[in-house]
Design a protein around this ligand. Structure first.
Ligand code: RIB
Length: 334
């Protein structure tokens, strides 16, 4: 396979000149550039992106570290990151961590020493000290969704607590008398904030106690099991706010198995607004996150940071929207 040295020899120029042509850097006579490009074509030379990155400290690649590739929320977010990255000539490495700290640290160690110019981080198990190594290697960082509150790192998230309130208020507004909550993993800030939003609405009502909260894990199976627990513990429950759409889908399955009429005997609201939430039977009411916009904003911010534009760390919390579908369109008040 031809090397940069072969190209330089073929074109009768120095290796540095070939490198400048490949990287579009520095002033080069048009005649020289043409000669070099002809040599590249003749020899079918393919620049080694990694070597190229190492030589001029740029790889034109970024990484998106995310909690779970099997939850549709994150691939929908990755779509936006990749669209913006590719529009600006960047490749994206998708790094699935399964929310395991050792996997996150392994990715950070590998990414810190090569291959990427920037990282978008979506992980609640990161600590500020973990990011120091990245900063020391001049790697730009933007956090998204599950964010670490830190003055040095820009973060994009949504108003989770307000979204939890919207979901719970909606269930009471449609006539539910006893509203329960299925929470995500409660050491995840997004899950915690949604649960606080639920408690803001029902926490002081006379009937409420903590047994109306069933803790789960953001999965369909987890939501299914949590809903069955609630049905046994509180058969009077006629409304459920689930902390994400996958758990709401699991709760819907449990409700069908228990013969509960949706929404008149049991109304359900999810959170995220993944495409699948519109495809359930009946279609799911949910709190829609601006998933694509989050990914778009995070990648655009990272581009600015990587290209040394004036960089001012900030935290941006976007609004969420209640999308009302049939799992809460009750036709009769019990
Ligand atoms: O569905 C997965 C959840 O984890 C989403 O709600 C997202 O906000 C992330 O925190």
């Amino acid at each position: 396979m031809a090397t940069i040295r072969d190209v330089a020899k073929q074109a009768g120029v120095s290796i540095a000149t070939v490198s400048r042509v490949i990287n579009n850097k520095g002033k080069i006579k048009q005649e020289t550039e043409t000669t070099v490009r002809e040599a590249i074509k003749k020899l079918n030379y393919i620049p080694n992106k990694v070597a190229q990155g190492l030589s001029n400290q740029r790889s034109n690649a970024v990484a998106f570290i995310l909690p779970s590739i099997s939850n549709p929320f994150f691939p929908e977010m990755a779509r936006a990151v990749e669209d913006v990255a590719q529009q600006h000539g960047y490749h994206v490495f998708i790094c699935n961590t399964d929310d395991k700290r050792e996997k996150v640290l392994n990715y950070l160690d590998n990414l810190a020493t090569h291959y990427v110019d920037g990282i978008i981080l979506n992980s609640h198990i990161i600590k500020e000290a973990d990011l120091e190594k990245l900063r020391n290697n001049n790697i730009s960082i933007v956090m998204m969704d599950r964010v670490l509150e830190h003055e040095e790192t820009t973060a994009f998230a949504v108003k989770n607590r307000a979204g939890g309130r919207k979901a719970t208020e909606h269930l009471l507004d449609v006539g539910c008398k006893r509203v329960a909550h299925i929470s995500g993993v409660t050491d995840i800030p997004t899950a915690q904030d949604r649960m606080w939003g639920y408690l803001d609405v029902v926490g002081t009502l006379p009937w409420y106690d903590t047994s109306y909260i069933s803790r789960s894990d953001f999965t369909v199976e987890g939501g299914y099991q949590a809903a069955k627990e609630l049905f046994m513990r509180h058969p009077e429950v006629d409304g459920i706010f689930a902390g994400n759409d996958l758990m709401a889908i699991g709760a819907l399955r449990a409700a069908h198995e228990w013969g509960k009429a949706i929404p008149n005997e049991l109304a359900i609201v999810g959170f995220d607004g993944i495409d699948m939430s519109a495809l359930t039977t009946p279609p799911m009411t949910t709190v829609q996150q601006p998933i694509y916009e989050l990914g778009e904003l995070a990648m655009k911010e990272l581009l600015g940071h990587m290209n040394d534009e004036a960089y001012e760390a900030k935290t941006v919390n976007l609004d969420v929207e209640l999308i009302i579908r049939e799992t809460t369109m009750r036709t009769q008040q019990n």
